[in-house]
Design a protein around this ligand. Structure first.
Ligand code: BG6
Ligand code: GLC
Length: 820
């Protein structure tokens, strides 16, 4: 049994180390929300460039008019043929549409391969092959005697002047067929079909696969006005106002625009985000310098991207004992299907071992964990980038309609979207919300931060402000402080800081009053942080199970306190509805849900042990309780911490939120931006901006702490660090001053003695942060004597204490019952 515990512990630790190693190696591939918003903003600008007649010739994103003017309205009827070239296979379809009052369509299909001779041969052979396949299909479906209209889905950029004509601008993906570029593909298909005397089809429409997808979905849902493909390639189309399309005559109504977003970045617009791996992949592709956005997203490329990363990591001795195999050196050996298999939720790790073994790489356990994480990072970047560009389209649609909020449907198709274990993340819906700056974002008061904070505190407490206040002022239902009579064994969870911990807290009362703690740290992998809510809570319960096993207490039904350091709206001490994720967590289906219920359900699903979840608490509250146990004067909890994830600021952004100016997670990035600025002005590094300084996230906040204390030769850099952290500490101090001053006035006293429980790495490790914070509070709240008490034990202990207090109060201590 002991061996099992040791093994479990070893594995968790191992996982953590590997994940940190890969995160560090691939930090450039991990895009923060701010970067993604920036990508969305850049894509919006690209769309404008492509739509306008004078800028279109030099635009990378071509915004091609499709001559599709309306969505199906249900009155369509008849029998049609369709042939679909450009995805993973060639597809032939027979479609029967009836408007028999029920509006229905029927589809019969047959798939044909597209071997290299077809995709990289000559034009005549390609069109003959398509015509042969169609003839074969009509044969199998007994359609040869019928005269049928045909829709030709041709998933490549085509310049159209009408619905049944399209000149191929460029081959993309795995196609490079000679003699087709610059010619009309409809007439080529027509010529090839004429060679078949026994069939009579009329090519009526040429459509891109995005347009076809939008129309297919539009048939079932009239709100559908966007088509999206995430497969071998990636692209999107949407309905644009005619008055904005200067390439086509007429101002009335709308027309579907095939954006051809795969080419986003071909003019260098994404160069700062492309990594050495993207550049290498591009150089080895059929079309170097082209379709750069697509090469970061679609299934044709992701496997190769993973291979290039693994190769470099191996050469640097980070994987497989530094031993490269012939297979790993071979282009195309890792495909998307392998990446998906390695990322599977449950079997992922064993799939990874199998795949790596086939590549003759002899992986260790560590290698498998690391490789799996590489795949996750590559896929996440793909989904995130896709979401950012989609967000730009959605924002444009909304702006076109002059709406504040818009409900719409996106039709999606493509192998990657359909078969990858994690679907395109709904962060999509988050990006446009962020783009539309909340009206309260630009506070224009000339007043000081303390006055502003004070006003926000008052506003947040008002009933009518609920949902609108920027400072939320969330009631916690923690009404009593520990009084020393609490006792018993409690479990605590601490989620939302740098680490996830599970704790066992033993509290003794009376003369032997003491608190003993046992805790274990667990990793929350990125794919779980950003997977589904069910996966996240299953993982948490798995960690609890490991911990209970480890401590040998699986049978005991212990009361549990849950430190959940995200904004929650509580209606009682054990009910907390997540308002919105922060700090890099994005698990789906959690926002708006009660996290205690989600935890209870996950425990039920596992059906292995039971726990009595008594309280859900924020880390600030936990910290206040931890310190309150020692000092009854403690009435405030404060966290000035650093979170592992790096979220750089948007360049050129004019507004930064309070947290971004004060918390450790952001300070390094602010310093980096200032250093770049000073360098550009020639004030630093002889005006030369080094490659590494250009890298977002390179400047970690911990450097700030180190530089300020040790680096003597670079006075300017040191000054910048000092200015940034001083601002953070003073802003934090101003906020705190507003809080203590409010306490003093509430109590109606001339002077207030009060203790603040504090935790967080920035407060603990930075050489001056705590001093400046304290001085600021003293300066701004001169009538308050504030003692700062460092919480050495973390907020988990506080969660256990809250649980203990709640239990004590609940068990009928008459003195406190009214508190509950
Ligand atoms: C198919 C569509 O379902 O998806 C095609 O019918 C499209 O038109 C394709 O090109 C894209 O996905 P994949 O994975 O086949 O490239
Ligand atoms: C490529 C093509 C585009 C197509 C997409 C998805 O980007 O250029 O036309 O829609 O792949 O198949």
């Amino acid at each position: 049994m002991f061996a099992v515990h040791l093994l479990a512990f070893h594995f968790t630790k191992l996982k953590e180390d590997q994940i940190t190693k890969v995160d560090r190696f691939l930090h450039q591939l991990r895009l923060s929300d701010d970067v993604l918003q920036d990508v969305a903003a850049r894509f919006q600008a690209e769309m404008l460039k492509g739509l306008a007649r004078d800028t279109n010739p030099t635009a990378a994103v071509k915004m091609l008019p499709s001559f599709v003017r309306s969505l199906p309205d249900g009155s369509e009827k008849g029998e049609f043929l369709a042939v679909d070239l450009g995805g993973s296979q060639l597809r032939a379809h027979q479609v029967r549409v009836s408007d028999d009052g029920k509006q229905s369509s029927q589809l019969e299909s047959k798939f044909y391969p597209t071997p290299k001779e077809v995709t990289q041969g000559n034009g005549a052979e390609l069109f003959d092959y398509i015509a042969d396949c169609l003839s074969d299909f009509m044969d199998t479906r007994n359609l040869k005697q019928k005269k049928l209209p045909l829709g030709f889905t041709f998933s490549f950029p085509c310049k159209q002047t009408k619905l049944d004509e399209g000149v191929l601008l460029e081959w993309t993906k795995h196609f490079r067929v000679r003699g087709v570029q610059g010619t009309d593909v409809v007439s080529s298909l027509h010529r090839a079909l004429q060679k078949h005397q026994d069939i009579d089809v009329d090519v009526l429409a040429l459509v891109n696969d995005t347009v076809g997808t939008m129309m297919t979905c539009g048939y079932d849902d009239p709100r559908c006005e966007v088509g999206l493909i995430i497969g071998t390639g990636t692209n999107a189309c949407y309905m644009e106002e005619m008055r904005h399309i200067s390439l086509v005559e007429g101002d009335e109504g709308r027309m579907c625009i095939n954006t051809e977003w795969g080419a986003f970045g071909d003019d260098g617009a994404l160069d700062d985000l492309r990594t050495e791996f993207d550049r290498e992949l591009d150089l080895g592709s059929l079309n170097p310098g082209k379709q750069l956005f697509e090469k970061m997203i679609s299934s044709l490329y992701l496997g190769e991207l993973v291979r290039l990363i693994l190769l470099k990591m191996t050469k640097e001795g980070l994987l497989f004992n530094g031993k490269v195999s012939a297979a790993l050196l071979t282009k195309g050996k890792i495909e998307m299907k392998h990446v998906s298999a390695m990322e599977k939720y449950k079997e992922g790790l064993s799939n990874t071992r199998e795949i790596l073994t086939e590549l003759k790489l002899f992986p260790s356990e560590e290698d498998c964990v690391a490789v799996q994480h590489v795949c996750t990072i590559v896929s996440f970047r793909s989904a995130n980038l896709c979401a950012a560009a989609l967000a730009a389209i959605l924002t444009r649609l909304r702006d076109n309609k002059k709406l504040l909020r818009m409900r719409t449907t996106v039709g999606i198709d493509g192998g990657l979207y359909k078969t990858h274990p994690r679907r395109l993340h709904p962060s999509t819906t988050r990006v446009p919300a962020g783009l539309a700056l909340s009206p309260r974002a630009q506070l224009q008061h000339p007043a000081s931060p303390k006055c502003l904070m004070r006003a926000e505190l008052e506003y947040g407490l008002k009933r009518e402000a609920q949902g609108q206040a920027t400072v939320k002022m969330l009631p916690t239902y923690v009404c009593g402080m520990p009084d020393g009579t609490e006792k018993g064994k409690f479990l605590a969870l601490d989620l939302g800081g740098t680490n996830f911990r599970v704790l066992l807290v033993k509290i003794k009362s009376g003369r032997r009053r003491s608190v003993q703690m046992y805790n274990k740290i667990f990793a929350i992998p990125l794919e779980i942080m950003q997977g589904t809510g069910e996966e996240l809570f299953d993982h948490i319960v798995q960690c609890i199970a490991d911990f209970l096993d480890y401590m040998g207490i699986k049978g005991a039904r212990l009361p549990l306190g849950f430190t959940f350091s995200f904004p929650c709206r509580q209606t009682s001490i054990d009910k907390g509805t997540l308002v919105g994720w922060t700090k890099g967590f994005k698990a789906t289906d959690c926002e708006g849900e009660d996290v205690v219920d989600m935890l209870r359900e996950a425990i039920r699903r596992r059906n292995e042990f039971d726990l009595d979840i008594v309280a859900v608490v924020n880390d600030t509250v936990g910290t206040m309780m931890t310190c309150g146990y020692e000092d009854p004067n403690c009435e405030i909890g404060l966290i000035a911490g650093t979170v592992v994830a790096k979220w750089p600021l948007r360049e050129g952004s004019t507004y930064v939120e309070y947290e971004k100016m004060t918390s450790g997670m952001y300070l390094g990035e602010i310093v980096r931006e200032i250093l770049i600025d000073l360098t550009k002005q020639g004030l630093l590094f002889r005006g030369h901006i080094s490659e590494s300084l250009r890298k977002r996230g390179i400047f970690e906040t911990k450097f700030l702490s180190q530089i300020e204390s040790t680096c003597e030769d670079s006075i300017i850099v040191k000054e910048v660090c000092a200015a940034v952290s001083t601002r953070a500490a003073r802003l934090c101090g101003a906020g705190l001053a507003a809080v203590v001053e409010k306490r003093r006035q509430n109590r109606g006293v001339e002077r207030l003695q009060i203790t603040v429980g504090v935790d967080g790495t920035l407060y603990k490790l930075h050489p001056h942060f705590s001093r400046i914070l304290q001085e600021t509070v003293k300066e701004l709240a001169p009538q308050c004597d504030v003692t700062f008490m460092l919480s050495e034990d973390g907020s988990g202990k506080g969660a256990a204490l809250i649980t203990a207090v709640a239990k004590r109060l609940h068990n009928g201590d008459p003195e406190h019952l009214s508190d509950l």
